[in-house]
Design a protein around this ligand. Structure first.
Ligand code: NI
Length: 176
């Protein structure tokens, strides 16, 4: 396995729409997913999309932070499709391994359903809410060349994590 180089904001691959994967269940795709998993763990991320490691493929991985089974913690979604399950949205601060050190306030659907293929090429689907729903929408955007910086609820709702924590999140907590 190998740790891959992560593309940062400004690299054109992050703005490209990705291509469908034809070789479902192939060893090549498995190897890519294993390397992406190692890269995500090393970078301490909770999601990683193929364009972030310079690959033009419709595939991302997510870390199932609610799973108790360690081996099931990372899930690959290949050629995914998502749909909202309601119009309800939630605003929350998001980070991205391609925009290191920064956070932005983004509105996402609170409940979604995804359909995709797994590593074996088997069709999978699931309903998600909470942080998992947010991560999947964020990673899905990467497959269409969209970064969260183009989805900010307000153009000023973006900055370095430490400043955001001090000047935005602290105020939010005091208001509650
Ligand atoms: Ni990201």
């Amino acid at each position: 396995m190998a740790i891959l180089k992560i593309a940062r904001i400004g690299h054109p691959i992050l703005l490209k729409k990705t291509k469908e994967i034809k070789e479902l269940g192939s060893e090549k795709i498995k190897e890519i997913v294993y390397n992406m998993s190692e890269t995500m763990i090393d970078a301490n991320g909770i999601g990683l999309a193929a364009p972030q490691v310079h690959l033009n493929l419709r595939l991302f991985i997510i870390r199932d932070i609610e799973s108790k089974n360690k081996e099931m913690q990372i899930k690959a979604l290949i050629n995914p499709v998502i749909e909202k399950l309601s119009d309800e949205t939630i605003e929350a601060w998001e980070g991205c391994l391609s925009i290191p050190g920064m956070l932005g306030l983004v509105r996402r659907f609170s409940k979604i359903k995804y359909s995709a293929y797994d590593l074996q090429g088997k069709k999978i689907s699931n309903n998600l809410e909470g942080i998992q729903a947010r991560v999947v929408q964020h990673e899905f955007d990467h497959l269409n060349g969209i970064l969260y910086t183009s989805r900010l609820v307000h153009k000023d709702a973006f900055g370095h994590a430490e400043e955001i924590e001090q000047y935005w999140q602290k105020n939010e907590k005091e208001k509650q």
